[in-house]
Structures are given as C-alpha cells and as structure tokens.
Write a protein that binds this ligand. Structure first.
Ligand SMILES: [Cu+2]
Length: 398
C-alpha cells in the first residue's frame, strides 16, 4: 500500500484498461480469423478425374446404378486403354453414403462374361458379398442384372471390385471407391475437414491390340507406352502403366487447397504391388486404416505411406505451406513418363492463388478429354480442377 502513489495507481488502471481493450480486440480478430478458417462440415468428397455416383431415394433407400462394361479409358493424352469399368470409366464412380444409410446398388452386366461386385471392407450379409462359389452369393451372367442391398453401418474408406475371376476382372479395371461419411458430416477426430480427396491406385500391362493373350513380356518399359490404343493383359506381370484414379501424370487433376485447410486424403490400392505414396512440403497424420479410425494414441506422423494391395489409409494434413506440391509413388519406375519426364502415379496439391508450374499450364493448353466425358454419370465439373467450382480450365495464368 505504502509503495503505491496516486499517480502510479492511475497509471496502473490505465494500463489495465489498455490491455483489456487490446486483448478483446485481438480476441475478436482471432475469432473471426478462425471462423473464416473453420472447416466446413458439409464438404463434398472429391475423387479427382472420377465422377461421384448419382443415386435416387426410393422409400428411404439410396439406389445406385452400376453398369459393368467395356470402356475406352484415356489414361494420358492420346493413350487409350480397352479396359473394363463401370458407367464408362475405370475406376467406376465413387459411391458416397452416410453412416446408417440403407442402400441398393443395381448392377447391370454388359460385359462379355459373368461378373459380381464385392464391397471391400464393408460388413454385409453373406449373400451380398459378391464372391460366387466360395460364398453363397450369386453370379451376374452377361446381359443380366442383380441388386445388392445392405445397410452401411461403418464409417470410412472402402472399395468395390469384381470378385468373379479376380485376377482378370480386377486387373481389367472393375473397381471403384466407396466412402461412408459420419452422420454429422465429414470429420477427422471429430473435427470437420475442409477437403476430402480420394485416390485409387491401379497398374496395367498394356499391349498392342491382339497380342494380349499368353504374352507376359511387356512390349514397353515402365511409363513408356506411346500414343495409341491398347489392350490390357490382365494376367501379365510386366506392368508398364501406373495410374491414380485411372490417369497418369500430367493427366491427373491437381487437388486444390487453401491455406489453413484441413485436408483429408483417402488412399486405396487395387493393384498387384505396394505403392509408397510420398507427399512433398508437408507431413501428414495417418488417421485410419481399412475403414477403421485409428485411436488418437495410435495415429502417427509421416510423409510416406506404403499402401499394400487391398489396403486403404486415410491421411490428414494442414495446408500450411503455399505452392504446388507433388504427391507420388516413390518407386521411381512408377512415376516414369515418356522422354524422361514425370508420369505415372504422380499428382499434386495446388494452393489457391499461387502460380501454376509449367506442367500444369501445358495440360490446360492441350485439351485432355476422356471417353467418359459422354458418360451420363459424369459430374458437370469434370474438367475443372478438383474441389474447385469456379476456376475451371482457365486456371493457370501465365
Ligand atoms: Cu508404385
């Protein structure tokens, strides 16, 4: 008491008032800053280069349609593959549902042989599992149709693929992604994400038409298949073409992010080999495996994750390093392209408002159409950058 003069006390009060005012101003600014950055619970999952499957509601059931058929997939500019797929593309459209949904998937078989659909990782009734012979579930003969029906009780990243003669059907391209979102929106560890991207890894042995049967030796080095139209040798073990969502770089659509975004990436592998996917410029957190959220204590940081055949992983990172950053398989031959350029399993995250590197401006200048552009299931924003609704093909500004 004795040490505080009247003048000192006045100064002390003034200082407190100033601190309170500055503090609350900071709080308001900070609050608005964080609300501007707040994740959006209604974010829509995006599978770059692949449409999201449409559905109709019938008596409380979400009804999807998949047509298994021969497709002509353009894996990179001018390189066409006579593959098998669903609704005009391989992978087929990504099926997105909410936890608890009752769904039907009507599968029409327009392939030359029988097929089925297996719901990889999903717990479904035995007769809906798509494994004829070894399980009590039916074959879908050519020209016939079957309706799969089940309730999705799980949340996470799954896949679908034929389980009839898998060595042929899967390697011909009969696969796709299946995403089940939590009831309360798209979240990781209970917190909303801003972006939800999914990537399906595939590999192919392409051969000149008519030469596919019984010939295992690849006619081309890895990533060295020139412009043309090719058959797939599904039994071959000399893979020469490596795709993310059915595309080789630079035909892989880059994934748009904004600084501060929480970015969820779902990775799935239906090829014959493991692929160590490596992210530049960021570390990510591994948050789920095979559609099972990892407990927080088991989540871990990494910049490379090896994805074995049949596995799915969910990884999450914060977009805190503006620029364009590649994300690719780290087996060097799997990112090889013609003339020593990048190709294969390589894509990129691009921050809004940052310059586009030359590979992307070249992609935009050359129109890169795919045969599935005519597909009725194709979403209207196919040619747009992933996750973007405004900056379509005019995106790179030189
Ligand atoms: Cu690889």
């Amino acid at each position: 008491m004795s040490g505080i003069t009247k003048k000192n006390f006045k100064f002390f009060i003034t200082a407190v008032v100033v601190l309170v005012l500055v503090g609350s101003g900071w709080g308001i600014w900070k609050g608005s800053f964080f609300s501007a950055q707040r994740a959006d619970a209604s974010v829509n999952p995006v599978t770059p280069n692949v449409p999201i499957a449409k559905y109709e509601m019938k008596n409380g059931v979400k009804v999807f349609h998949l047509t298994a058929e021969q497709v002509k997939q353009e894996v990179s500019k001018g390189v066409f593959v006579n593959a098998w797929g669903y609704n005009g593309s391989t992978p087929g459209p990504t099926i997105v549902v909410n936890e608890g949904d009752k769904i039907q998937v009507v599968v029409d078989n327009k392939l030359p042989g029988p097929t089925t659909v297996h719901w990889h990782g999903l717990i479904v009734p035995n007769n809906m599992d798509g494994v004829p012979g070894a399980e009590p579930s039916p074959v879908i003969e050519p020209g016939k149709s079957f309706t799969y029906e089940f309730t999705v009780k799980q949340v996470g990243t799954f896949m679908y693929h034929s389980h009839y003669q898998p060595s042929k059907d899967e390697m011909m391209g009969l696969d796709g992604m299946f995403i089940s979102l939590p009831k309360n929106g798209d979240t990781v560890n209970g917190k909303p994400v801003n972006r939800d991207y999914s990537i399906l890894l595939q590999e192919w042995q392409l051969q000149k038409p008519g030469s596919a049967n019984g010939m295992d030796m690849s006619q081309f080095g890895e990533g060295q298949v020139p412009v043309g139209t090719y058959d797939v040798n599904p039994e071959g073990m000399s893979w020469n073409t490596f795709t993310l969502n059915g595309k080789q770089f630079p035909s892989t659509d880059p994934m748009e992010v904004k600084q501060g975004d929480k970015v969820l990436v779902r990775l799935a592998n239906l090829s014959m080999q493991s692929h160590p996917m490596h992210l530049h410029g960021h570390n990510f957190k591994v948050v789920a495996k095979d559609g099972n959220p990892l407990p927080v204590s088991a989540q871990y940081m990494a910049n490379t994750i090896n994805i074995a055949p049949g596995e799915t992983y969910d990884i999450e990172f914060t977009a805190d390093n503006p620029g364009t950053w590649v994300f690719h398989c780290h087996l060097p031959h799997h990112t090889a392209g013609l003339n020593g350029k990048d190709g294969g399993m390589l894509t990129a995250f691009h921050y809004q408002g940052t310059p586009w590197p030359p590979a992307f401006t070249a992609k935009t200048n050359a129109s890169d159409t795919t045969s599935n552009m005519n597909n009725t299931n194709q979403s209207s924003d196919t040619m747009q950058m992933s996750g973007s609704s405004s900056n379509t093909m005019n995106m790179p500004s030189k």
